[in-house]
Design a protein around this ligand. Structure first.
Ligand code: C2E
Ligand code: MG
Ligand code: MG
Ligand code: MG
Length: 284
C-alpha cells in the first residue's frame, strides 16, 4: 500500500502547506547556522520582590538575531529547536551565559543574586543535559547551586521517567532550585509539587492579564498563592503589566512579580537592577 501511495504522496499538499514546509526547512537550516555562528544572545528580565521592590533575581530568555529577518521570537524557534534536538546545544550555551552573568551580578549587585534558566523537556531526554558539566561550570565559577534556578513545565513532570526524576534530584542535591513555569495552564497537579520538591510556582500570564476585570482569575490567583504558601513554595506572577495588577497580586500575598511594568527583557547591561522598583507598594 505504501508503494502505491508513493507516487502521489505530495499531491495532498496545497501550495500553502508547501510554503509552510519550505519555511520550516529554511528555519531548521538557519538555526544550524545560528548555532555555528553564535547568533544567539541572552536577555534578562528582573523578578521583583513585591514586598520590598528589590531585584535579586532575573530570568534568562534566549534571543536570536537572524542576519536577514532580525530578532526572531523564541516562541517561533524554540519549538523547532526542540523537535530537531538543537535546543540541547542552545540550552547548554544559555546556561553557560547565565552562569557568567550571575557570577558578575553577585559581585556587582547582590551576593545572593539568582538567575533562572528555562529548560525544555527535550533537554532532559537522551542525556541532553550533561548535568556533570553544568555543575562543574557552577563550581568553576565558585558559585553555589542557589545561584541558579531551573524553570521547568508540568509537561516534563507528567511523563517523567526515572531518568528525569534522577536528573531533577541531581540538581536539587546540588542546591539548584526548581521553578514550575506557566502554572495553571496544564494539569496544575498538586501531587507534582510535592513529589518533585518544587520551590517556586510561576503563575502563567494568562491569569494575570485579566486580573482586574475577571474575578475568576483573581480567585484563581488567590487560591494558587495560598496553596503554594501552604506547601512552602514561593510564587512569581508572570506578565505583570499594570500597577493595578501589581497591587492586587501584592495584596494577595504574591511574593514576586515579573513583567513589562517593571522591565522588558533586555541585555544584562541594560537591566535596571539598581532601580529598586520604587512604585512597588511600600506601604503594604
Ligand atoms: P516563559 O519562560 O514563560 O517566559 C516568559 C515570557 O513572557 C517571555 O517571552 C517574556 O518576554 C514574556 N513576558 C515577560 N513579561 C511580559 C509581560 O508583561 N507581558 C507579556 N505579554 N509578556 C511578557 P519570550 O522571551 O518570548 O519567551 C517565550 C518562551 O520561550 C518562554 O516562556 C520559554 O518557554 C521559552 N524560552 C525562552 N528562552 C528559553 C531558553 O533559553 N530555553 C528554553 N528551553 N526555552 C526558552
Ligand atoms: Mg520561564
Ligand atoms: Mg512562563
Ligand atoms: Mg511559557
Amino acid at each position: 500500500a505504501a508503494k502505491s501511495q508513493g507516487r502521489n504522496r505530495y499531491s495532498v499538499f496545497t501550495p500553502s502547506m508547501q510554503d509552510v514546509a519550505q519555511k520550516r526547512m529554511r528555519l531548521i537550516n538557519d538555526l544550524r547556522v545560528a548555532i555555528a555562528e553564535h547568533q544567539f544572545s541572552v536577555f534578562y528580565q528582573p523578578i521583583v520582590d513585591l514586598k520590598t521592590g528589590q531585584i535579586r533575581k532575573a530570568e534568562a530568555l534566549v534571543r536570536w538575531r537572524h542576519p536577514v529577518d532580525g530578532m526572531v521570537s523564541p516562541a517561533d524557534f524554540v519549538p523547532v529547536a526542540e523537535e530537531t534536538g538543537m535546543i540541547v546545544d542552545i540550552g547548554n550555551w544559555v546556561f553557560q551565559q547565565a552562569v557568567k552573568q550571575v557570577t558578575q551580578w553577585r559581585k556587582t549587585h547582590h551576593p545572593d543574586f539568582q538567575v533562572s534558566v528555562n529548560v525544555s523537556p527535550v533537554q532532559f531526554r537522551n542525556e541532553g543535559i550533561n548535568q556533570a558539566t553544568w555543575l562543574a561550570q557552577l563550581s568553576a565559577a565558585g558559585l553555589p547551586g542557589q545561584a541558579v534556578l531551573i524553570e521547568i513545565t508540568e509537561g516534563l513532570l507528567m511523563d517523567a521517567g526515572g531518568n528525569v526524576t534522577e536528573q531533577l534530584r541531581g540538581f536539587r542535591q546540588a542546591g539548584i532550585g526548581l521553578s514550575l513555569d506557566d502554572f495553571g495552564t496544564g494539569y496544575s497537579s498538586l501531587s507534582y509539587l510535592k513529589k518533585f520538591d518544587i520551590d517556586v510556582l510561576k503563575i502563567d500570564q494568562a491569569f494575570v492579564r485579566n486580573l482586574t476585570a475577571d474575578s475568576d482569575d483573581m480567585a484563581l490567583c488567590n487560591v494558587i498563592i495560598v496553596m503554594a504558601h501552604t506547601l512552602g513554595l514561593k510564587v512569581v506572577a508572570e506578565g505583570v503589566e499594570t500597577q493595578e495588577q501589581c497591587d492586587l497580586l501584592a495584596a494577595a500575598g504574591c511574593d514576586y512579580g515579573q513583567g513589562y511594568l517593571f522591565a522588558r527583557p533586555a541585555l544584562a547591561a541594560d537591566m535596571p537592577l539598581n532601580l529598586a522598583w520604587e512604585s512597588a507598594p511600600a506601604d503594604l
